[in-house]
Ligand binder design. Structure first.
Ligand code: F6R
Length: 366
């Protein structure tokens, strides 16, 4: 059942090239330069007239929502707010009939997300669901939606659900950008082409597995870890930290790299591993200077870099390469080494990777 892998989590990490392909199959029709998603098509007016998009989710799905905020605003120029479902539902939020709420949930059963949907519906908003589990409560409760088609995710730590959620959200943003005319035709085609190449690039990123295992062995006894990223890769830093926390029980924090100087930099000493996402596009030079700040305080630097990078390689203690892609698609690649790093650390520490203590696969309590 684990298909020859030691754990479901590892199997699901390795399934991502296929899962992402399954997610865009029949939707991304590059020959015709079309994105076909019936849930979006049938409700195009609602999306195009939206005052704003509110995204609600929990945990890893909330991180996918944060990535979507960058994509939707960047490509489709629609204002986006992303909120934890549990906070949204209890703060008497302002919801208008011309708001579109997108709920993201792998299981489709998360109680807080379900309650946020019911609240938004009661105020007249249009609610769109992005779920993995077909026929789940959230899939049934929403007005329309799109499935991720990632296949069953058994490991409690979410992996392929995250990358396929981002894939669906990217398709939506591109479809809406095209309809709104906020993306040039060449940029649109470039995105379709690059998105189609992502599964192969994920495969390449997975090839660093042995190298990552060596790094995991060096840092497995750390008691704290910092994850930094900027722009599209800030949410990836949050997700990397969550993965490490939940399966290895090592305390980890994700931060926007530029926020470091407003506090967290005080934590840095020679015992602190800092994982920095420093891919070529997206504030690269700024991230390099953040890395210099860490280095001068003797922090240990693990850089997630674009293939062929030289600048970060010179400064960092270790680098893990991912293939080059568009900045907007980079989270689909930079996430991979972070998943593997947490996985190997947790295995080396003898933790129950697939069923970490205190956690359940679907959180049906509020
Ligand atoms: C993290 C994790 C949780 C879930 C969260 C939301 O690896 O698994 O943080 O992401 O409980 O679950 P869903 O997406 O099912 O609503």
């Amino acid at each position: 059942e684990k298909g020859g892998y030691d754990h479901f989590m590892l199997k699901e990490i390795y399934e991502q090239p296929k899962a992402i392909t399954d997610t865009y199959r029949g939707r991304l029709l590059r020959d015709q330069a079309i994105i076909k998603m019936s849930g979006v098509e049938d409700n195009m007016k609602k999306f195009l007239n939206a005052n704003r998009i509110i995204i609600v989710a929990c945990g890893t799905s909330w991180h996918a929502g944060l990535v979507a905020e960058y994509i939707f605003e960047d490509l489709a120029r629609i204002p986006v707010e992303v909120e934890y479902a549990s906070e949204f539902r209890y703060r008497n939020p302002v919801i208008r009939e011309d708001d579109v709420l997108i709920a993201i949930s792998q299981s489709g059963e998360t109680a807080d997300t379900l309650a946020a949907i019911k609240l938004a519906k009661s105020k007249g908003a249009f609610v769109f669901g992005i779920c993995n589990v077909v026929g789940s409560s959230i899939a049934r409760e929403t007005h329309a939606g799109a499935y991720t088609h990632a296949g069953p995710e058994i490991g409690v730590a979410s992996t392929k659900a995250f990358t396929t959620q981002i894939t669906v959200l990217t398709l939506m943003a591109l479809r809406l950008a095209r309809a709104k005319g906020t993306i040039t035709s060449s940029d649109y085609h470039r995105h379709l082409l690059e998105l189609e190449m992502i599964p192969d690039k994920v495969k390449k990123a997975l090839k660093s597995d042995n190298h990552i295992k060596i790094i995991a062995d060096i840092y497995k006894d750390a008691t704290n870890c910092l994850y930094l990223g900027r722009g599209y890769n800030f949410p990836v830093a949050l997700e990397g930290a969550l993965k490490l926390k939940e399966i290895s029980y090592i305390h980890a924090e994700g931060y926007p790299a530029a926020e470091m100087k407003h506090g967290p930099i005080a934590l840095i000493d020679e015992n602190m591993p800092v994982i920095v996402i420093a891919t070529k596009k997206g504030h690269y030079e700024k991230v390099v200077s953040n890395i210099q700040e860490i280095k001068s305080r003797k922090g240990k630097i693990i850089g997630i870099v674009t293939q062929g990078d030289e600048q970060v390689r010179e400064l960092a203690d270790h680098v893990i390469e991912v293939p080059e892609t568009l900045e907007s698609l980079s989270p689909l690649l930079t996430t991979i080494p972070l998943q593997l790093l947490s996985y190997h650390i947790a295995v080396m520490l003898g933790k129950n990777v697939d069923q970490p203590r205190n956690l359940a696969k679907s959180v049906t309590v509020e």
